[in-house]
Write a protein that binds this ligand. Structure first.
Ligand SMILES: C[S@@+](CC[C@H](N)C(=O)[O-])C[C@H]1O[C@@H](n2cnc3c(N)ncnc32)[C@H](O)[C@@H]1O
Length: 182
């Protein structure tokens, strides 16, 4: 999309008047609220890419990786980013879980909308998430107890859980930190 110059800026403009804003669901907003300023964020299983696009538009984070195991899902994320004019602010990656991503790429990992067992498997395959000071923002769709047990047993620290009601359904969001290991 080509933007016209506005009254605030003479060049293609990112001001709030000109910029079309992505609207997050309540569930995704609950995740976004847990992300700290200047974080380097990886959104694993991003699908539509709404969260990365929102973060790119707000400009509060340093780096954003949007990744998905499915090329078609990642194409949808790229389309969203293009529709909202922020593709250059996001790194797109087709990869299973956290393969190819390390703590030097992301200090904050979001895994939302996947089953608890799948999230557990992704963390198991990326032990750096527990040996480094990484923030994990997890929103399992199922098997929450199994995921929590895995986190406790493997030295992660659960800092906060919150419940969010979105379109009549309840979701649990878990804020976790690595860095202790066992
Ligand atoms: C229901 S969508 C969730 C989208 C978004 N995270 C959200 O919460 O709205 C699940 C996405 O996870 C992806 N996915 C499933 N297993 C995955 C894995 N092991 N690694 C990366 N992505 C995965 C799927 O391709 C799909 O795009």
């Amino acid at each position: 999309m080509v933007r016209l110059a506005c009254f605030v800026s003479a060049t293609p403009c990112f001001c709030s008047v000109c910029m079309k804003r992505v609207k997050l669901s309540k569930r995704l907003m609950a995740l976004a609220e847990m992300i700290e300023k200047d974080a380097s964020v990886a959104d694993i299983g991003t699908d539509h890419g709404h969260l990365p696009v929102f973060l790119a538009q707000t400009g509060v984070v340093k780096r954003i990786i949007a990744s998905d195991i499915s090329a078609a899902s990642l194409a949808a994320a790229r389309n969203s980013a293009e529709a909202y004019d922020v593709p250059e602010l996001i790194t797109f990656l087709v990869t299973p879980g956290l393969e190819g991503i390390t703590h030097t790429d992301a200090d904050t990992v979001v895994i939302a909308g996947l089953g608890g067992e799948t999230i557990l498997g992704i963390l198991e395959d990326a032990p750096w998430t527990k040996y480094h000071h990484v923030t994990l923002i997890l929103q399992p769709q199922s098997k929450i107890d199994l995921l929590c047990r895995f986190l406790y047993d493997n030295g992660y620290e659960i800092l906060q859980t919150k419940s969010v009601k979105d379109k009549g359904k309840y979701y649990t969001v878990i804020l976790v930190t690595g860095g202790k290991g066992i």
